[in-house]
Write a protein of this length. Structure first.
Length: 349
């Protein structure tokens, strides 16, 4: 049975237990009366307020997220993707969530120490490396195997990001009754859409804005879905592409589009439409992808949406969702230069 809750951490616990040291994880001060608890994966998040999970770089941030959300378990699974390009991580996120697995990041030609440390801690039985040798070299693949002795290391890679997304869907969602489709040449809609796909237990599929790539078109042609969701405006996923997905949906009324005026409004719209009862939200910068890449599996543990913020303020759409929701815990991914204090405390004009 899939875990639905993020591990039980207070800000103080996150700082105390993180193997990367106090500088790698930052958290808001606990509210008066907040309890410090022993982390247990799978229990409800008890901390009311803000918790920041951040490292010195994207690799350490992914490691902090894994440290806080996933307990060691012999025979478990870990996903690793490039930290230098987002596409493979975006489609791997829901697959990792389906197996209660963390998503770690690597450089193409060298395995970061933080990633190696998490592999040693987690003692996985299987490591899925998503992406071709241009993203994760053979040398790095060998380093991954050395850091996880006894684990089976498997590479999943297609000819391009779209073919890789299809291979992920075929491997981990062979009988999926739904799908989330987003633009694949940029990251924002795929972050919020990936959280929705992970919570629903369906694949995230990606497309070019104006046409379905051949691998995706072939994949869709062999399937029908009970429901489908397009995340993003017609500028991101065109009407003809959305219509092609609708033809593969049993009831056309169950083929919907969720979109806002921009990436921030779209993420808020996904949260409002698909996470109306969330008690936890995951928040990341909308300006760049690295810190949020590993956040989708962690968000799935608590059925939490991924919300995006600009550097200076909180958009009205994000504020309205949070103010009208039951969200009492917010997990901030990335340090204060990524998600600034101003973004968390100041509403956009």
């Amino acid at each position: 049975m899939r875990r639905r809750q993020l591990s039980a951490l207070t800000g103080a616990t996150l700082l105390a237990t993180c193997a990367l040291g106090a500088t790698a994880a930052q958290a808001a001060e606990p509210t008066p009366g907040a309890r410090t608890v022993v982390p247990k994966v799978g229990t409800p998040f008890p901390y009311v307020g803000l918790v920041r999970a951040a490292g010195a770089d994207r690799y350490e941030t992914a490691a902090v997220i894994a440290q806080g959300s996933f307990a060691p378990s012999a025979g478990s699974t870990v996903f690793i993707t490039s930290g230098e390009a987002p596409a493979d991580a975006l489609t791997a996120g829901p697959a990792a969530a389906s197996l209660d697995a963390p998503l770690l990041l690597t450089r193409a030609d060298a395995l970061p120490e933080a990633t190696a440390d998490q592999l040693a801690r987690l003692t996985p039985g299987t490591v899925y490396v998503v992406g071709g040798s241009d993203r994760v070299s053979a040398t790095t693949l060998a380093a991954i195997a050395a850091a996880a002795p006894g684990a089976t290391v498997q590479r999943i890679a297609g000819t391009d990001r779209y073919d890789t997304a299809v291979q992920i869907a075929d491997r981990f969602f062979p009988g999926a009754d739904g799908v989330v489709l987003t633009r694949g040449d940029t990251f924002p809609d795929a972050l919020s859409g990936g959280a929705a796909a992970a919570a629903a237990g369906v694949p995230l599929m990606i497309t070019e804005p104006g046409r379905l790539p051949a691998p995706v078109s072939t994949w869709l042609a062999g399937r029908t879905f009970e429901a489908s969701v397009v995340v993003g405006s017609p500028a991101s996923v065109s009407e003809p592409v959305a219509a092609a997905l609708a033809t593969r949906t049993t009831d056309p009324a169950a083929a919907t589009r969720v979109a806002g005026a921009d990436r921030y409004d779209t993420a808020a719209a996904v949260a409002a439409e698909l996470f109306p009862d969330a008690v936890t939200a995951v928040i990341a910068t909308g300006d760049d992808f690295p810190d949020a890449l590993a956040g989708v599996p962690a968000a799935a543990l608590n059925a939490a949406p991924v919300l995006l913020l600009p550097q200076q303020c909180t958009p009205v759409s994000v504020y309205d969702y949070l103010a009208g929701s039951q969200v009492s815990s917010e997990i901030i991914l990335g340090g204060p230069t990524s998600v600034t204090p101003e973004a968390l405390t100041t509403n956009c004009a």
